[in-house]
Design a protein around this ligand. Structure first.
Ligand code: ATP
Length: 384
């Protein structure tokens, strides 16, 4: 795709506020008092499993669904205008192009509705088509274009009138993996070039990690955590987030303190916990989360011994999976727990094989303590 069109995206990008936004459908509370502040020019993703309230939230911002309670503000102004007057661009999963119009006519549509002058319209349409890399396909009809091309046209149509905010609902969901990955990067680049505020809905955590400035993780109509990708991954604030974003080793138990040191007692073992993770009360229940790449696997017979600043668990290698650049180890402990570890390939270290007796260890600092909060939504099953 080419450089930024001169006209598009000028002016300062809009700031969006959702305040205690709620939607009740009969007995279903689809969206439950959510609060989000999106800065101008920010790319925020609403991520969560099916039915967690992402689309309903987007549709309330767009004006297609009336909130039951709460407020939506754009640039500090409460918005109540009908959908077509909100100056919001939208892109859906199913392209939603008009089949009887050419690509250029589709892109021109929002400008026609706004009674833009003909010359100006021609110029803006050309620039928008250039921006999505389809300057030569303006005369094609949607059915003559591939899925990826149709979605680029849909994006050009959403951007051509310089909307205050662009909302995208699983826009790449219908495309194959390779094309999806290509378009993720292009979409992000366009968003950065235009400095337009974008709200993006997906249930695909990798997509969210690649594209977003910040991610709001939805669970049963509530936002579990709203943070940058790295923070969600490294410091999840709930078991739900830890489990939804990436893979995890999860140990459940009660947190105890002795001599100023915290540990987690699982019943089967006692694991040291970072001194920064102070439990909210004595005997707090919760989970210790250890990411697979933090788990080091050493052959038990080798000289290597865990250090005092590490937790160590004996296990047997069940499976070794080559992932290109990385190996994934599935380990079984004598208690029947499964652990997952990931190692970079080619580091020169001895690589354990299936059947090997190993010690899995991690630095105490790398275990993330997540304390139970009874008020939270459904927590995922423990993976053991
Ligand atoms: P998906 O990824 O499957 O689209 P989502 O996270 O976008 O899921 P929503 O579509 O917002 O979730 O749905 C949230 C809840 O609200 C679900 O329980 C859904 O069944 C319900 N719901 C959504 N729209 C309506 C409606 N028009 N009438 C009744 N219930 C609805």
């Amino acid at each position: 795709m080419d450089a930024k069109p001169k006209e598009a995206g000028s002016g300062s990008p809009s700031h969006l506020t959702l305040r205690d936004l709620t939607k009740q459908f009969g007995s279903v509370r689809a969206v439950d008092k959510i609060n989000i502040e999106v800065k101008g020019g920010e790319f925020v993703t609403l991520l969560g499993p099916s039915g967690s309230g992402k689309t309903t939230t987007l549709q309330m911002i767009a004006g297609f669904v009336e909130p039951t309670a709460g407020e939506i503000l754009i640039d500090e102004q409460r918005i109540t205008a009908p959908a077509y007057k909100r100056d919001i661009g939208m892109v859906f999963q199913n392209y939603a192009l008009f089949p009887h119009m050419t690509a250029a006519e589709n892109v021109a549509f929002p400008l026609k509705v706004r009674r833009t002058k003909k010359d100006r319209m021609r110029q803006l349409v050309t620039e928008a088509l250039e921006m999505v890399g389809l300057a030569d396909r303006g005369n094609s009809y949607p059915k003559q274009l591939s899925g990826g091309q149709q979605q680029r046209i849909a994006l050009a149509r959403a951007l051509v009138f310089r909307p205050r905010i662009v909302l995208l609902d699983e826009p790449l969901g219908a495309l194959d993996k390779k094309l999806r990955e290509e378009l993720q990067l292009e979409l992000k680049r366009i968003q950065e070039q235009l400095q337009v505020t974008m709200i993006y809905v997906t249930h695909d955590q990798e997509e969210a990690l690649v594209m977003s400035d910040r991610i709001a993780v939805f669970n049963e109509g509530k936002i579990e955590q709203l943070a940058e990708a790295e923070e969600l991954y490294e410091r999840p604030n709930s078991l739900f987030v830890a489990d939804f974003i990436g893979e995890s080793n999860i140990f459940r138990g009660s947190f105890t303190q002795s001599n100023g040191h915290y540990s987690l007692s699982t019943g089967k073992r006692k694991l040291a916990v970072s001194e920064h993770a102070e439990p909210p009360d004595e005997e707090a229940q919760g989970t210790l989360v250890v990411r697979p790449e933090r788990l080091k696997v050493m052959n038990a017979s080798a000289d290597a011994k865990p250090r005092p600043d590490q937790n160590a668990i004996q296990a047997t290698v069940k499976e070794v999976i080559y992932l290109g650049g990385e190996r994934k180890y599935i380990l079984a402990t004598s208690d029947g727990e499964n652990l997952i570890a990931r190692h970079q390939v080619g580091t020169g270290e001895v690589e354990p094989r299936p059947g090997d007796e190993v010690i899995a260890c991690w630095q105490i600092e790398h275990g993330v303590a997540v304390f139970d909060q009874p008020s939270r939504g459904k927590q995922p099953e423990q993976k053991e």
